[in-house]
Design a protein. Structure first.
Ligand code: NAD
Length: 353
């Protein structure tokens, strides 16, 4: 076994069905009495329901969360924090809403309760991305790690099948890259393989029946494990590419991850054989890259970046950006091969063997 360093992150997880019932008790446990409830405009109904459930502990609702955590939106929410003497936040939603809770915590150190309703995994990470003047920057700080996470399977049944599939594969990408991370370790490898297995088994069942409670529970459990992987170790080519593509061409987050993942895995396959064996085993497939592509195809997710609106002349630009600032990856960053990877992802063909 290779030597390793493992840092466990603090955090309390309440997982199950109907667990939102535990919210008032969890708020009390943290000593919070003037909570700000956060949601997107689309999930304002759920935000209001949470506020009602918290009763006197709700001081305000802010339903302005949006993609990429724009600083202007955070400033608006911070004004509410100051005006209403807020002592903690409850974020109900996906990565965008949880990102707003983190942005508030970064500025105020207020305790956070996260109630995730997608599989993105942000609630388990000390990572925050923020956008200012059109530029998204990412930083790590334990200040932004939520104190308590309530996973309630019931809240995920409304996640549409398409978003369930792409959000689930987005989660799997965290576990995939954790298996070949520079700072990988055996504890995270166990979580990563189990996370991939759990999601790969659940997503086709969700497609067949979005109300399948068992499948929804398996997917959310897998998403938790995959989020933990993202929070614990560094990522590589796949995440870098998705960040670049998303930022440069304004592509949707989860779909971009879904399309790029099989190709990034194929690129790294020969350089990370142990990880590939674990991924393939978790997928029940002969090949990690082909297995991921087959899964996406079976789930009928978008397979081509061109279908997300990326222009063809963006392929060269993305390849240039991907090798511009060197970062760790199991295989050396080779401009030509990366360009080919992006070109395949753009047309939607199978990943290279
Ligand atoms: P999202 O939070 O943007 O949600 C997408 C849409 O789906 C929103 O309109 C939302 O209101 C809606 N939605 C969410 N849950 C729903 C449900 N159960 N039913 C119906 N509608 C629902 O999408 P996301 O993929 O969860 O998050 C993406 C964002 O999170 C990106 O900005 C990404 O960078 C960030 N992220 C950050 C980290 C991190 O560690 N910092 C990790 C993962 C993702």
């Amino acid at each position: 076994m290779r030597d390793f360093v493992y840092t466990a992150l603090p955090g309390r997880v309440v997982f199950g069905t109907g667990t939102l019932d535990a919210l008032p008790a969890e708020a009390e446990r943290l000593g919070l009495a003037r909570l700000l409830v956060l949601s997107t405009p689309e999930q304002q109904g759920q935000g209001n329901a949470v506020a009602e459930r918290l009763g006197d502990r709700t001081a305000a609702v802010f339903a302005g969360a949006t993609m990429h955590t724009p600083v202007e939106v955070t400033e608006e929410a911070m004004a509410v924090v100051r005006d209403r003497a807020i002592d903690g936040t409850v974020a109900i939603g996906g990565g965008s809403t949880i990102g707003l809770g983190k942005a508030i915590a970064l500025r105020s150190d207020l305790p956070q309760i996260a109630v995730p309703t997608t599989y993105a995994g942000s609630e388990m990470t000390p990572i925050i991305g923020q956008t200012e003047h059109g530029r998204k920057t990412t930083q790590r700080s334990e200040r932004v790690l939520p104190e308590t996470v309530i996973y309630d399977v019931d809240l995920t049944t409304s996640l549409p099948v398409g978003l369930s599939a792409t959000s689930g594969i987005n989660a799997m990408a965290h576990a995939v890259e954790a298996l070949y991370a520079e700072d990988r370790n055996p504890i995270i490898a166990i979580m990563a393989e189990e996370g991939i297995r759990s999601l790969a088994g659940a997503l086709p069942r969700i497609k067949a029946d979005p109300a399948d409670a068992g499948a929804r529970a398996d997917a959310l459990y897998g998403a938790w494990l995959c989020g933990t992987c993202l929070g614990a170790v560094g990522m590589a080519l796949h995440h870098k590419l998705c960040h670049t593509l998303g930022g440069s061409f304004d592509l949707p987050h989860a779909q971009t991850h879904t399309i790029v993942l099989p190709h990034a895995v194929a690129y790294n396959a020969a350089a990370a054989p142990v990880a590939m064996t674990a991924i393939a085993r978790a997928l029940g497939a002969a090949s990690a890259a082909q297995g991921l592509y087959d899964l996406a195809q079976a789930l009928e997710t978008p397979l081509a970046l061109q279908d997300l609106g990326m222009p063809e002349d963006g392929i060269d630009r993305a390849a240039d950006l991907a090798v511009e600032n060197p970062y760790w990856n199991p295989r050396k960053l080779e401009h030509g091969a990366i360009r080919e990877l992006i070109a395949r992802a753009w047309t939607g063909e199978r990943p290279a063997n």
